[in-house]
Design a protein around this ligand. Structure first.
Ligand SMILES: Nc1nc2c(c(=O)[nH]1)N[C@H]1C(S)=C(S)[C@@H](COP(=O)(O)O)O[C@H]1N2
Ligand SMILES: [Mo]
Length: 425
């Protein structure tokens, strides 16, 4: 897909009129949303098809799935991004979600060698290396250790990576959908490491997956002993195969590639692992040719999901703007929203629960009268960090990286309500 340049069309001068209207629009008094009932509506007065016969009984849907009218709400991929679907990613439909939990069937997937289908009876987790004794755990062993649940986001470091050089993909599903937010249940990695007994020179772990890639990643021991969890469940049921059934690493706030799925081995060492060529791929190339390495933490970021290209404005008058914010450094403290490309900002309402290293839902009620909008959101986290504009990021990082793009997203909403991914000049 070719890059688009919007800088000519969206000069600062051109924005002024829209800015005035939008700024005023926020404060207008509430109007009703429902039409006044003046003539009979067949949707109310007539008996509907689904009222004429018995519905399916309790023996028909042993494992439930969404209404057939929701079939458009699915993970989607962008085939031209990668050579093969087995080594690719698809994207969470963020614009179609509510609240903060990503339903398991809609969690984006990123595989290097496809989905491993593992028999949990035959699955083992080995811990070896710089430990007092090497151990092998069955899934039953792991389930006998003290467990807990927590909600946190997983964001691929490449999320929004196609946008470094300019607005590219038309929809928050594609620009921001390499993220999901799940309640995991599992055991603290520390409990397993304690059982094996760490040697004093233990500094790094190598986590290895049981997929065809045997994907492995290096993890510093301090993080492993702080809040890393080995999860066997998500959203109240066993992990999905796509998400690493029967066991995956959960590494709150850190980039997704470390969250090894189908986890089968942890080797304890004194330095980052030999698969250095692999980890080297997850470095951020800077403009001057130097690279940022081991950029594990995901900085604060946000995106307006409604309106957005896949969720246009359909009505004038009352509307609810909504979106997600998150930070790998703590909780989301504030989200500001602009409807005029960053000239005026208004604080959005954060919806509880606002959790540590979790996606957070925000809302802003507004009136829309058909004026063009340039919609943006800007997150601030509990460390005081403020989400930068894309140009501020580029000044520091250049445009060579595909990773860690947490810049402010802009949607242009046209007079007909349709939204488009744009960049301000
Ligand atoms: N074993 C294994 N683990 C893996 C991967 C993989 O290909 N194999 N991909 C990693 C990457 S790059 C990401 S972003 C996350 C994606 O997790 P998800 O598929 O649950 O979204 O898993 C990570 N863990
Ligand atoms: Mo990733």
């Amino acid at each position: 897909m070719p890059e688009k340049s919007y800088s000519d069309r969206f000069t600062r001068r051109g924005l002024l009129s829209a800015a005035g209207l939008a700024g005023a629009g926020i404060a207008l008094p509430r109007r009703g949303v429902a039409a006044e009932s003046t003539k009979p509506d067949p949707a109310i007065t007539e008996v509907q098809d689904w009222q004429r016969q018995l519905g399916e009984g309790v023996d028909k849907r042993a494992y439930g799935s969404p209404s057939k009218f929701e079939q458009h709400v699915v993970r989607r991929n962008v085939p031209w991004l990668t050579a093969a679907p087995e080594s690719a990613a698809n994207f969470t439909p963020l614009h179609a979600l509510e609240g903060i939990i990503t339903p398991s069937g809609l969690c984006f997937e990123r595989h290097h060698s496809g989905i491993a289908e593992i028999d949990p009876q035959k699955h083992r987790l080995m811990i070896n290396g710089l430990v007092d004794k090497s151990l092998v755990f069955t899934m039953d062993d792991i389930r006998r250790m003290p467990r807990s649940s927590r909600i946190c986001f997983l964001e691929c470091a490449a999320n929004t990576g196609m946008e470094w050089r300019g607005a590219q993909l038309n929809g928050c599903q594609f620009t921001h959908g390499m993220i999901h937010n799940v309640m995991y249940t599992g055991v603290p990695l520390k409990a397993l490491l304690d059982e094996a007994g760490l040697r004093p020179n233990a500094k790094w772990l190598m986590l290895e997956g049981g997929d065809a890639a045997g994907m492995n990643r290096s993890l510093p021991i301090e993080k492993a002993l702080t809040d890393v969890m080995l999860a066997f469940a998500m959203n109240g049921e066993a992990l999905r195969p796509e998400q690493g059934y029967p066991l995956r690493a959960v590494i709150p706030g850190w980039e997704g590639n470390l969250w090894v799925k189908w986890l089968r081995r942890i080797e304890v060492g004194d330095k980052p692992w030999a698969a250095r060529e692999e980890s080297a791929r997850y470095t951020d190339l800077l403009a001057d040719g130097r690279a940022r390495q081991y950029t594990f933490i995901m900085d604060a970021k946000s995106v307006v999901t409604n309106p957005s290209p896949q969720a246009p404005l359909r009505y004038r008058g009352r509307n609810v703007l909504s979106g997600f914010a998150w930070s790998g450094r703590g909780t989301v403290r504030r989200v500001d929203v602009s409807l005029d490309g960053g000239r005026n900002w208004k604080s959005a309402q954060l919806e509880a629960p606002v959790l540590d290293k979790s996606m957070t839902r925000f809302y802003l009620d507004f009136e829309w009268n058909g004026e063009e909008l340039l919609v943006q959101s800007r997150a601030m986290d509990s460390s005081g960090y403020v989400q930068p504009t894309k140009n501020e990021l580029r000044k520091i990082r250049g445009v060579n990286s595909v990773y860690h793009n947490n810049g402010i997203q802009t949607w242009l909403v046209r007079g007909n309500g349709e939204a488009e991914n744009v960049e301000l000049g």
